[in-house]
Each structure stands twice: as structure tokens, then as C-alpha cells.
Design a protein around this ligand. Sequence first.
Ligand SMILES: NC(=O)c1ccc[n+]([C@@H]2O[C@H](COP(=O)([O-])OP(=O)(O)OC[C@H]3O[C@@H](n4cnc5c(N)ncnc54)[C@H](OP(=O)(O)O)[C@@H]3O)[C@@H](O)[C@H]2O)c1
Length: 346
Amino acid sequence: MLTVRLSRPLSQLRGRTLSFYSRENEKRRTLLCHSAPLVPVSRRTYADAVDVVEPVGSRAVLLTGCDSGFGFSLAKHLHSKGFLVFAGCLTKDTGGDGVKELDSLRSDRLQTIQLNVCNSQEVERAVEVVRSSLENPEKGMWGLVNNAGISTFGEVEFTSMETYKEVAEVNLWGTVRTTKFFLPLIRRAKGRVVNISSMLGRMANPARSPYCITKFGVEAFSDCLRYEMLPLGVKVCVVEPGNFIAATSLYSPERIQSIANRMWEELPEVVRQDYGRKYFDEKIAKMESYCNSGSTDTTPVINDVTHALTSPTPYTRYHPMDYYWWLRMQVMTHLPGALSDRLYIR
Ligand SMILES: NC(=O)c1ccc[n+]([C@@H]2O[C@H](COP(=O)([O-])OP(=O)(O)OC[C@H]3O[C@@H](n4cnc5c(N)ncnc54)[C@H](OP(=O)(O)O)[C@@H]3O)[C@@H](O)[C@H]2O)c1
């Protein structure tokens, strides 16, 4: 019974109200819930106070992964807010569409930079570009947003070691590498590091281990860095988006199919035989429906990153996600495993 209740939209529950993001009218609803331990204090959960900010001036920020998705929108949004934006793009040298569009703004406050976060030389070069563009490099750079990421899916037995390493190289080691290179500039400005993790950096999910382990790593890295930077005046925030796949380029139906085809071809014979094609296809279909069910509006993520960069008191963690995933995350992270497994996994 409880399983049914918790997997049902909260709006259908009698006598309960919560702080949630309404897809219907694209506004946040700040309401109270009667069950005290699960009450989300809306202002700690959502960054709806983006107007109460420190003056931006021409503070410099570097974002990674600006070719598409959150990074692309963020680059334009932060530029519109008055930031001096360095947009790291994977496809600057090859003339990607996102790069062309950002360059077409022809602004002296927005510069695209070739930046593959897996390549130390490119990251080092990006530091030099930023340093040489700053009016006073001794004063440093205000913000670093580690956004670049890739994703994949597949149960543990379906996932090759190469896939695990490939995803970690971008999501985890790319974040660590870029942060280490830019920290001297950020420290000088007593600035901000904002890491884009995921709700899957807080709670694991079946068939998502190659992605989850990298985002759990980003969370651990961010916490360690936050503790270390606290006495130095640098603030470190984590943004944990829910499902926005329908709004970004993280997955497409074609990409899911191509991952699936490759995965099946590369499966060890024993795994293929034991699980069978029917089971495999069902899992792929489940992944496809997850991708189609996400939010199509990235505004909550953009607002949260903006808040993290501009608020005098940014939050440690931001949770831009719909209320179903928010509740599921609370259950998965705060209740005993025996209970949360029963509610959501079994
Ligand atoms: N969308 C969601 O539902 C969701 C949910 C939770 C967390 N996130 C996280 O949000 C971040 C942004 O993802 P997104 O959803 O906006 O997807 P996206 O549209 O695919 O954006 C990711 C960006 O990272 C770039 N990138 C990939 N490998 C890179 C590398 N080695 N170096 C530098 N850039 C690289 C991609 O470039 P190309 O376009 O050229 O490949 C792309 O521009 C990721 O960290 C992702 O894990 C997304």
C-alpha cells in the first residue's frame, strides 16, 4: 500500500502538500507538508531567490561542456547577467553548432574555448586563456562550473570495463582535473566552484552503475574540497539535477539504440544466455521510457547554478528535480535500506 502511495504523484495524496515544481504553469509551489520529517524547507531546497544576489560586475566564470544542454544555456544566461563568460567547448576546434551559436553573440564578455576535460594540455591552455584575459589576474577568477559530462546505462554484467573507465574519465577525473588547474585563480578571488552532479550522485539506481559511481565520486570530491576551501573563503556547491534528459543532449533515442546494439554484441556468451534477449530488450525499453519522461525545461538547473554563483550564502546542495524524484531521493538517502529497497527497488 505504502509503495503505491510513494510511487504516486504527491498531488494525488489526500491532505498532503509539498514544495514542488509545477510543470503545468512552470512555477515553483511553496507549500507545507504535514509529515514533519519529510518537510522540505523550500528555500533550502530550491534556489528561488535568484534576485537577491551580490552584484556580478564583470566577474569571470569558466564553464565546461557548453556545446549543448545545461552548459550551453548557462553560458548564455550568465552572459545576460553580466558575467565575463569563458565557455569551454569540446567541439570548438571542429566547429560544433553550439560553439557557432555562442560565437555569433559577438560579445567581448563571452569567449568560447576549446576544452576537453580529459586532456590536461587543453585544460592548462584554458587556464592561460582565462588568465591572460583577466584585467588583474592577481585578483583571480570568480567561478568554475564543472558541467561537462556523459552518461550511459547498463546492468553491471552488461557493462564493459572500458565503458566504466570512459564515463569516469569525463565525469569524475575531468571534474577533478579541471578543478585542480583552476583552483589557484579561484582561491585568489575567494570565488566559487559549482559541480554539476546528479540525483544519481546521491541515490543509486539499477542499470545506472557506470554513471552513478562517477557522480557519487563528484559528490565526495566536492565535500572534501568544500571542507578544505572553507578557511580560504572559497565556496563549493553541488547541483544535483533530476531527470532533464528530454531537454538536453545527454541521450537521444538513436544513442540509446546504438549503446544497446553495441552492448549486446559485446556481451560475454554466458551473460547473453543466462539473461536472454527478451530481458535485455525490456531493460532497453525501460531506459527509453525514462528518457522520454524527463522535464523539458532546464530553468530550475540554470537558476540554481546562478544562485550558487551569486548568492552571498549559496547552498551546499541544490536539488532541481520534480517532486516524485525529490521524495524518492529523501526515502533512498534517509530511510533504512531494507525499507527503501522495498518501496522503490523490489
Ligand atoms: N540531463 C539530465 O537529465 C541530467 C541530470 C543530472 C545530471 N546531469 C549532468 O549535467 C551535465 C550536463 O549534461 P547535459 O544534460 O546538459 O547533457 P549534454 O547536453 O550532453 O551536455 C554535456 C556537455 O558536455 C560535453 N562533453 C562531453 N564530453 C566532454 C569532454 N570530454 N570534455 C568537455 N566537454 C565534454 C558535451 O559535448 P558534446 O555535445 O560535443 O558531446 C556536451 O556539450 C552532465 O554532467 C550531466 O551528467 C544531467
